[in-house]
Design a protein around this ligand. Sequence first.
Ligand SMILES: Cc1ncc(C[n+]2csc(CCOP(=O)(O)OP(=O)(O)O)c2C)c(N)n1
Ligand SMILES: [Mg+2]
Length: 588
Amino acid sequence: MGQIASEALIERLAAWGVDTVFGLPGDGINGIMEALRRHQDKVRFVLVHHEEAAAFMATGYAKATGKLGVCLATSGPGGIHLLNGLYDAKLDHMPVLAITGMQETSVLGTGYQQEVGLDKLYADLTEYNQMIYNPAQLPGVVDTAIRTAYARRGVAHLTFPNDVQVADAGADPWQHVAPAVPPQTSPVMLPAPGRPREEDLQRIAALLNDGEKIAILAGAGARHAREELLAVAETLAAPIVKTLSGKAVVPDDSPYTTGGIGLLGTRPSEELMEEIDTLFLVGTNFPYTKHLPPAGQVRVAQIEADPTRAGGRVATEVPVVGDAKEGLAGLLPLLKQRTDTKFLEKCQKQMSKWRDRMADMENAKRDPIAPQYLVSVLDELAANDAILTCDSGTIATWAARHWGIRGGREFFLSGNLATMAPGLPYAVGMQHAFPGRQVIAYVGDGGFAMLMAEFLTAIQHQLPVKVIINNNNSLGQILWEQMVLGYPEHGVRYPQPFVNFAAFAETNGGLGIKVERPKEVRGAIQKALNHRGPALVDVNVNPDEPPLPGKIEYQQARKFAEAFLKGQPRKATIATTLFRDKIDQLKS
Ligand SMILES: Cc1ncc(C[n+]2csc(CCOP(=O)(O)OP(=O)(O)O)c2C)c(N)n1
Ligand SMILES: [Mg+2]
């Protein structure tokens, strides 16, 4: 049996260290599937239920391992389904290779069945985007695609017409005119030198050494620089504020952090931004600049890996291009040890008050179950190196505030695309990468329902993924957003009764536990975490629990009150939550 061209693709993937491809077959990729079958000892194919999930799995795999994530979908609809997951990779700067099928070259342009110009469709998405017209392009363009995904930290796309997929490997059907063929290269990607120039480090040091009240804002780009970040914070006596994607950069119980920022952040982080004279951005492209001090109020220095993003969010006096870890290590000996620690101590005091306030909300006696209590139990019982994945929604607020990073714990969500539904597929992808680690998807009922079939993927691949559902029977986040605009909620609650996701898990061979009362929470979570296979705990939580900002502005509270006055449903139950105090304050 002679080799087919698709085998050159799979062999190149293996040479680059790819061991897993997430995808779903179709008549547009039968040749590629055959190549995967022939090389299953080198590259495993993970059969999923929805291509969007395959793209999230590849993205999650890349987020957790730093390695290339790969997904595969058929021509037309399969390629269309990949899009949302791939945009998550693009927006969070993850190296992902998407492979799609395409109609045979002989019918392209004839409006053939399922003919969708995926290369054109992906134009806005990709860093590298290429149709394979000729087997002679292989394996060279595969190398270029992978190298580009790594180098530009984004999505590369190769689309293969059916006839090219099954052509003889090495077939070279046309006369050559060009003086070169695409070369096969060494499957090695060397990251650019990460240490900033010495003169740039001197300039940052000068700026920071001049500061009185300094804060560090750290993002996902500093995830590998924990030790250096803490050492710099100690030297500068500066609190570290964390973006949501950067939650795992330093432990939440560190005396040097005031936790998150933005709507989901902490009050101390919000308040210190009003007080500082110097801001040091490390590995972050934090987009919500409304939560940062206004231009002119502070001096800003930055270490950022991507030159196109350095200095791009706020007026930055010293933007420096380089790797966070190497940059901070280089900076450390240039910094003066600050002896005045008053500002840091003030932040620490406020943080201690904030932690008490959060602990109050984790009250086990609140019934219906408080979402904060649910996460606090998960936080207490999960392993010290657990990975938590999360969806966009109120869950992100609860996780940001009540899931504690300690030890080797990690936290992942769709940072910049902020899409619903990646939590479960991320967990599946990450569990493939780390079979022995506790991987937990903490998701909303809305997001889970979108891609819930991937729980079947976990069962079928015997992945011990744990799913904890914050089931408020609504699109909770939007409900509160509508009210913050001053509008009574509309079209955001699912009709009663609450869906029973546990029954779905249980019927299909997973462990499924439905929880309705606070006293059942702890036992259920413990049982799920101890379970050797996939487990799901579906918890009915209080649907009227608002994810309040750390610091409520007068305007926000006023809009809430307006929504109440305009006929917000379920006023009474909403008002019996902690928000009641604020409404009372407004009335008086
Ligand atoms: C694909 C997608 N659709 C819609 C939205 C807008 N959106 C953001 S959060 C949210 C509600 C999510 O509901 P659920 O998963 O149940 O979480 P909850 O907010 O209730 O905790 C919606 C609709 C989005 N971010 N992504
Ligand atoms: Mg919900």
